[in-house]
Design a protein. Structure first.
Length: 333
């Protein structure tokens, strides 16, 4: 295009003269020289104009887009930003895919191997009735663990695609927390933990989805608590309501924003226990997405325990409390 814009005006002026045969003998040679200079000028200018684009092309091909250069035009800068975001998302997806495979290989394989071993014990014969009953209970526990993990993985995949369909209705939040506590009270009793429910409130929410979120948070609390966990409905300064889960466990090993991710590529160590990539944050991620679907947020804090009264003595040995609050923005009158 640069060549044509440079050469065509000269050709337009000289072509009529050449066609009439009245042109001097040096004119054709002059036109050839002009064409050569025009082509060279076009080549140099086009190379200078396309250099930022070729540089960006090489960076994208290498899988890493760097900072903008001083000679990048605005269009190339915008394209560079778009490619950087795309490569970042692709890298995240690849990491999550790898973590998902690690989850399949490790966390699904472990209960399946245990169930296989227990099945061999049952089918081998020779076990007394009491031992057979114990093996059957272990099989139920392993299959329950497997189904729980599969449900979490399915929910995480569904919520990651922003496919959160809510069926809202006025809901008694105290009753909702009571249902969660009743379901998990046997697990608390097995570990000798207390599990209490307090507070009152109503909100227009999807009760099933919200109960799933609170179940995930309560299961985490009971897994790491030392003495017990407390569920409560608390008012928020913004005028909304919060569903709070509080325990005296060790708290999170990393920021909530880092852990509450589906199929996190990084393993996590919580209370001295190593969790493989992909498993540590599924429950937190589901709870966070359910909160966001309701227009709220999931907050985490680590605070000293509440004292029973203004003049209550300080208990130096009391551990700090881990608090998760699922904040709902609106409360029904």
């Amino acid at each position: 295009m640069i060549f044509l814009l440079t050469f065509l005006p000269n050709l337009t002026i000289t072509l009529p003269t050449l066609l009439r045969g009245a042109a001097p003998t040096w004119l054709p040679l002059w036109m050839v020289a002009v064409a050569g200079v025009s082509a060279l000028t076009g080549y140099v200018l086009s190379g200078a104009l396309l250099r930022p684009l070729h540089r960006l092309e090489a960076e994208v091909a290498g899988g890493r887009v760097g900072e903008a250069h001083g000679d990048d035009p605005a269009e190339v800068r915008a394209l560079r930003t778009a490619f950087a975001g795309l490569l970042s998302r692709l890298g995240t997806e690849q990491s999550r895919r790898s973590a998902f495979m690690a989850t399949l290989v490790h966390d699904l394989k472990t209960p399946l191997i245990a169930a296989r071993h227990l099945t061999r014990l049952l089918t081998g014969g020779g076990l007394p009735e009491t031992e057979r009953r114990g093996v059957g209970e272990q099989m139920l526990a392993e299959t329950g663990r497997l189904l729980t993990l599969v449900d979490q993985m399915a929910d995480a995949h569904r919520f990651e695609r922003d496919d959160v369909q809510l069926r809202r209705a006025p809901t008694d939040l105290h009753r909702l927390l009571g249902s969660v506590a009743r379901r998990l009270s046997p697990r608390a009793a097995e570990r000798g933990l207390s599990l209490s429910v307090a507070g009152q409130g109503e909100a227009v929410v999807d009760a099933a989805a919200l109960e799933r979120a609170m179940t995930n948070l309560t299961e985490n609390a009971l897994r790491y608590a030392r003495r017990g966990a407390a569920l409560s409905v608390v008012p928020l300064p913004s005028g909304g309501v919060g569903l709070r889960v509080q325990d005296d466990g060790p708290g999170l090993a990393a920021p909530l924003a880092d852990l509450a991710q589906p199929f996190n590529a990084q393993p996590a160590t919580i209370a001295g226990q190593q969790y493989t990539a992909g498993t540590a944050g599924l429950g937190l991620f589901i709870a966070r997405r359910i909160a966001e679907a309701h227009g709220g947020e999931l907050h985490y804090s680590r605070t000293p325990p509440d004292l029973p009264g203004d003049h209550a003595p300080t208990a130096p040995s009391a551990p700090p409390l881990t608090t998760f609050t699922l904040c709902l923005p609106e409360v029904s009158p």
